[in-house]
Ligand binder design. Structure first.
Ligand code: UT7
Length: 324
């Protein structure tokens, strides 16, 4: 038994934050941001709009595309690092709003790798008997972004993407998942405050510890290395050459990172799904959002071989190969 992606969906909040807007908030320029990251604008949730709100809309679209009623879902996996609240899990909020009364639900915390990790968990459940699993990546990164830090605030955006996995006995669907971590690099991207180590306090807020801190240069180096390594591992495992990849959906963190990875792999840019210019880095939402856009643009034909790969805080890196 394999799991097949039978429907995709995505949602981004309507509010657009352009580089020109950021020029008015921190000392930066459109030229610098475009040159160093490829980002032109990003979406930002409205006040009161939370992770589950975005996730539900993406999920509804994925369920509709799949033709699977919410009541048939066995499991809902929500990849996010910006859930509505520490408790309950955001997946449970989504489960209730979708009316997925039979489904188990939990969040998966693996930052920008969250979706690929959750996809692997969903795939495992299907291989052991589940029929339908909903996997969502949803983030309101604007809630943990320090809008006074030009080193990070230019990068992130809000959005959600979702896929429905269904059991199949056909020789297609998810062919492999490779998941990795290295906690020794945990300080490269972190939110130091607000958890049990440093519970919310006036000091945490005064020192802006509830926001993302990132060592950009070091992260950049590791990102290129881990994306190349995980792509090669996935190709070798499936005995595929780079030329046999029809579509590559990388985590959208920085256009320069994606170009460097493509160059090192020898993968032409036409085979890569890019939307970083419009959304920035949406963490766990980035891959399902890009995948849904590719599906709806007709870029995926039956039988196509798709490589998904991500890296992120943790540090984590992960890949998935899917035969469409
Ligand atoms: O999914 C999460 C994973 N995170 C990432 O993938 C992030 C990976 N890192 C990056 O994408 C890049 O390191 C950044 C885009 C964050 C930064 O680009 P960079 O080319 O590495 O720039 P830098 O940090 O080396 O800074 C170069 C210069 C510095 O000025 P000086 O010291 O040369 O005078 C910075 O202070 O650019 C300055 N700078 C800025 N200037 C204008 C840093 N941020 C900005 C800014 N606008 N927003």
């Amino acid at each position: 038994m394999r799991s097949r992606i039978v429907g995709t969906g995505s949602y981004v909040p309507p509010r657009v934050l352009t580089n020109a807007d950021l020029e008015r908030m921190v000392e930066t320029s459109d030229e610098w941001i475009v040159k160093r990251t490829g980002i032109k604008e990003r979406r930002v949730a409205s006040p009161g709009e939370a992770c589950s709100d975005l996730g539900v809309r993406a999920a509804e679209r994925a369920l509709e595309a799949a033709g699977v009623p919410a009541g048939d879902l066995d499991f809902i996996l929500m990849a996010t690092c910006t859930g509505d609240a520490p408790l309950p899990s955001t997946a449970c909020l989504v489960q209730h709003r979708l009316g997925a009364t039979r489904a188990a639900a939990c969040d998966v915390s693996a930052a920008c790798c969250g979706f690929v990790y959750a996809l692997a968990v969903g795939d495992s459940f299907i291989r052991t008997g589940a029929q339908h699993v909903l996997v969502i990546g949803s983030e309101v990164m604007s809630a943990i972004t320090d809008w006074t830090d030009r080193g990070t605030c230019i990068l992130f955006g809000d959005g959600a993407g979702a896929v429905v996995l269904s059991a199949t006995d056909e020789d297609r669907g998810i062919l492999s998942s490779h998941l990795h971590s290295d906690g020794s690099l945990g300080d490269l991207i972190c939110v130091p405050g607000g958890g049990s180590r440093m519970p919310p306090s006036e000091k945490v807020v005064a020192e802006r510890m509830q926001y993302i801190k990132m060592k950009g240069n070091e992260t950049y180096e590791v990102a290129v290395k881990t994306l190349v390594r995980s792509a090669k591992e996935a190709l070798e495992h499936n005995k595929l050459s780079v030329g046999e990849i029809d579509l590559y959906v990388p985590h959208q963190a920085n256009l320069r990172i994606i170009k460097a990875v493509a160059h090192r792999l020898g993968l032409p840019m036409e085979k890569i799904v890019l939307n970083i210019d419009r959304y920035g880095n949406t963490s766990a939402a980035s891959i399902p959002l890009a995948l849904d856009e590719a599906v709806r643009a007709g870029r995926l034909q039956e039988g196509a071989t798709v490589l998904l790969s991500a890296f992120g805080s943790g540090l984590t890196w992960a890949s998935s190969v899917v035969r469409w």
